[in-house]
Design a protein around this ligand. Structure first.
Ligand code: PAN
Ligand code: ZN
Length: 193
């Protein structure tokens, strides 16, 4: 491994951003086609709004993506729903499945959903100050269940990589929806492992 310079970033808890920031990833609804259950609601939003920014990722600058390094970033998920389903991240397994991760809740209201290959599911309320441990082998997705931006900090091994394809194909076992004004966790009728 090559020697890189020590550095720091400053975390803005209110905005959920790292300063200075490296690569910024913006995820729009159009990049999440077929990930939300309600296809009619998806099409309506795409017709009315053209597209919608669902979340942004602010990576710490210039860390090589190799074993031994610790990548880290913040994520901000903007509030809203697609039909009954709350705005969420794409979700992924790590490409090297036995790589773990830590999430720290910063601001807003949201959940961390976890799932194994067998569709075994768990959830953690990622309130501000909550430090969640994502063990090796667990896929993870976050969901904004509030009406303000929901943000959290993540740190994970440099060689972990991201496998988005598995979730794109199978979906997530559980969905977070609004039901009679409340947050409900329900089985995903389209989940197919
Ligand atoms: C996080 C996620 C981030 C965005 O940094 O990558 O919250 O979610 P998606 O990657 O599912 O779009 C992480 O888990 N890194 O490994
Ligand atoms: Zn991850």
């Amino acid at each position: 491994m090559s020697l890189i310079e020590p550095f720091y970033t400053t975390l803005n808890h209110q905005e959920g951003r790292l300063q200075p920031t490296g690569q910024v990833i913006q995820r729009y609804l159009s990049q999440m086609k077929n990930m939300y259950l309600d296809e009619g609601a998806y099409n309506q939003i795409m017709a009315d709004e053209e597209d919608r920014l669902i979340y942004e990722v602010f990576n710490a600058p210039d860390i090589p993506q190799v074993a031994g390094q610790i990548l880290h970033c913040t994520t901000v998920i903007y509030p809203g729903r697609i039909g009954q389903e709350f705005h969420m991240t794409k979700g992924h397994f790590h490409a090297i499945r036995d790589r773990a991760e830590i999430y720290v809740g910063l601001n807003g209201e949201g959940y961390l959903l976890l799932m194994t290959d067998d569709g075994e599911a768990r959830e953690i309320v990622l309130a501000p100050g909550v430090v969640a441990y994502i063990p090796p082998y667990w896929a993870h997705r976050t969901v904004n269940t509030g009406d303000q931006p929901f943000s959290f900090l993540s740190a994970w091994p440099g060689d972990a990589g991201h496998d988005y394809g598995s979730i794109e194909t199978s979906g997530f076992a559980k969905l977070l929806i609004e039901q009679a004004g409340k947050v409900a966790i329900v089985d995903n009728p389209q989940y197919a492992r």
